[in-house]
Design a protein around this ligand. Structure first.
Ligand code: ATP
Ligand code: MG
Length: 594
């Protein structure tokens, strides 16, 4: 592509709302343009990147035995009513009516539609297993669309669904997809971890998120420094405590052991109370009020800990849970949040297992502007149940191997594999007849990849202060040829020959033939991030040389004009081969090999 003819508008200014690097460079580099909040146009460069990622995804899914289909974006409400999600999904689901008044939604995910597709034409065990995927725009009316392609409202997803006759074969399908995902993200040149994730109401351990490690990630991950265990903190197990987490003298602090009420005017947060009473946060008990299936409950964790809502939900056996609003806290406890304490509560009290045997603790007093000191949980509080309720964090002992400790990471979720079981096939009667003639619901799995989010995540991991450093496998072009002096006939001739020679060999070349100053061309090249750059300049050309520079390197090297086409084409082929070969590294899935 000649840049002089291309629609590749680069910008000097960053978008005002940009918080992350990928957003800045995607807009400045002319990859995307915002149409509305969380909704983007893909310009030629951006669309090339999307297609590169899609090609890798297609290649690996076809290799894994899946077949591509395409489902409609507009989905009739009846299907969602059948699965029960029409009422449950909430405001992220964009609903509308057609001219006859029939309800529809724009699909945010397509379990219902694929189940309808499969149940119509599949009835025998002989037709299974099946694995179908599509690559399509999804719409989710996210509360806070942000960060460009990272969290959009309309975004491109690959979603796949497997259908099997038994748990056992469905489990095989699950791990086949897990391995395909490893291969896909490796080929995209990403540094990622597959982490155990929440399975929600379905239970079981078969849900993994593929997280690209990046400081700008929204997800907190812990990974053991000794064994393979890695999990989203929402899901991470916490090792059973070996001693009470609160005791007099813990943290070297001499605390009151007899219960007393002390005045704490206006001191509500853990930090405020800790500073005011001069006790460490580890001596405090945080009392949080939740509404679980419409009933108030109290949850207790140590002052320095976070509460794991998924764990609390499990401990209660609730199907819905949210942090109580201020008015609900007052209704349940008689006091405003900040001074709520566990002593004398009449609602169920769930305590983190680390609080078993806690003494000398500081808690809210259940009255305004006061706290209790010297609380002994066994003596003073009616605990309904102890359970692991706190969030895992860096430094925790690993619950799996008991030898290592957790390290903390930030991650961007680029993919998700999920064992569904019969969650959709049972209510929607997606059944098959077995060899004996009996009917069963099919056993399903679902598997998503955020195609457009992969592009953003790749930039978060591959950039410098001047722009993007694309891995070659997903770069919009493989090579950029720059004619440094567009008015110099010899330069133009040599650059054109290189551009045409490489293109003829199948190399994807962006040719900066614009009549602009070299400085501006180099700046744009760095911003756009094509991995290999060849600058053709009058001075080195006189000596029969061209300047070759990898985007990631600081300095160029000189190569001969003679044979340059073959040489550059070989470098491209070798880099593509290197990235492709990464896919064959051993798999972390049971059964090993890729
Ligand atoms: P998140 O927790 O980030 O909202 P999710 O759990 O809702 O993600 P899934 O329903 O599993 O996501 O969707 C599959 C994949 O689609 C995700 O792994 C992610 O890569 C991508 N994805 C989800 N929501 C968005 C979005 N708003 N913008 C871009 N990509 C998204
Ligand atoms: Mg989401």
């Amino acid at each position: 592509m000649r840049l002089s003819r291309a629609f590749m508008p680069t910008l000097k200014e960053s978008p005002a709302d940009a918080q992350v690097v990928s957003h800045v460079y995607l807009v400045r580099g002319g990859f995307i343009r915002r149409l509305a909040a969380g909704i983007y146009n893909f310009l030629p460069l951006g669309w090339r990147v999307v297609r590169k990622i899609e090609d890798i995804v297609r290649d690996e899914l076809d290799r894994a035995g899946a077949q591509e289909v395409l489902m409609p974006a507009a989905v009739p409400a009846e299907l969602w009513q059948e699965s029960g999600r029409w009422d449950k999904y909430g405001p992220e689901l964009l609903r509308f009516k057609d001219r006859k008044g029939a309800d529809f939604c724009i699909g945010p995910t397509h379990e219902e539609v694929i189940v309808e597709m499969v149940r119509r034409d599949t009835s025998s065990y002989r037709d299974l297993p099946l694995n179908l995927y599509q690559i399509q725009s999804k719409f989710r009316d996210e509360m806070r669309p942000r960060a460009g392609l990272m969290r959009g409202r309309e975004f491109i997803m690959k979603d796949a669904y497997s259908f099997d006759v038994s748990e056992e074969t469905a489990t095989t399908a699950y791990w086949t997809m897990y391995r395909a995902y490893e291969r896909i993200f490796r080929r995209c040149g990403l540094d990622f971890r597959a982490v155990e994730a929440d399975t929600g109401a379905i239970g079981g351990s078969r849900s993994h998120e593929f997280q690209v490690l990046a400081d700008s990630g929204e997800d907190a991950i812990v990974a053991c420094d000794h064994c393979d265990y890695a999990a989203n903190v929402e899901q991470a197990e916490v090792a059973a405590p070996t001693a009470p987490g609160i005791a007099p003298g813990a943290d070297g602090h001499a605390a009151a052991t007899t219960r007393a009420t002390v005045a704490t005017p206006g001191q509500k947060t853990i930090e405020e109370v800790s500073a005011f009473l001069k006790v460490p946060a580890t001596q405090l008990i945080k009392t949080l009020i939740y509404i679980a299936d419409d009933q108030p409950v109290a949850a207790l964790v140590r002052g320095d800990r976070g509460l794991n809502e998924i764990a609390l939900k499990k401990a209660i056996g609730a199907s819905a849970l949210y942090l109580a609003r201020d008015s609900e806290v007052v209704a349940a406890t008689g006091v405003a949040p900040g001074f709520v304490g566990p002593v004398g509560l009449t609602i169920p009290v769930y305590a983190d297992h680390e609080l078993r045997g806690a003494t000398a603790a500081v808690t809210g007093a259940g009255a305004a502007d006061a706290h209790h000191v010297g609380v002994d949980l066994a003596r003073d509080v009616t605990v309904t149940a102890f359970a692991p309720l706190r969030l895992a964090g860096p430094g925790d002992r690993c619950p799996r191997c008991a030898e290592g400790h957790f390290r903390g990471f930030k991650g961007i979720e680029v993919g998700h594999v999920f064992f569904l079981g019969t969650k959709y096939s049972a209510p929607m009667a997606c059944t098959f007849i077995d060899e004996q003639g009996a009917s069963h619901p099919m056993v399903m799995g679902c598997y998503g990849i955020g195609i457009t989010r992969v592009a953003a995540a790749a930039i978060e991991q591959n950039h410098d202060g001047n722009g993007i450093c694309w891995p070659m496998s997903i770069a919009p072009y493989q090579v950029e040829v720059i004619a440094l002096q567009a008015g110099d006939a010899a330069v133009v001739a040599a650059a054109t020959a290189l551009y045409e020679g490489l293109t003829a060999r199948g190399v994807e070349v962006l040719f900066d033939d614009r009549d602009e100053r070299p400085g501006g061309k180099f700046k744009d090249a760095d911003l756009i991030g094509v991995p290999l750059r060849i600058a053709v300049g009058a001075r080195s050309l006189k000596d029969g040389k061209l300047e070759l520079k990898w985007r990631r390197d600081d300095k160029p090297t000189l190569i001969d004009v003679d044979g340059a086409v073959a040489h550059v084409a070989e470098l491209v082929a070798a880099e593509q081969q290197r990235l492709r070969a990464l896919a064959d590294a051993p798999s972390a899935a049971p059964g090993g090999a890729a």
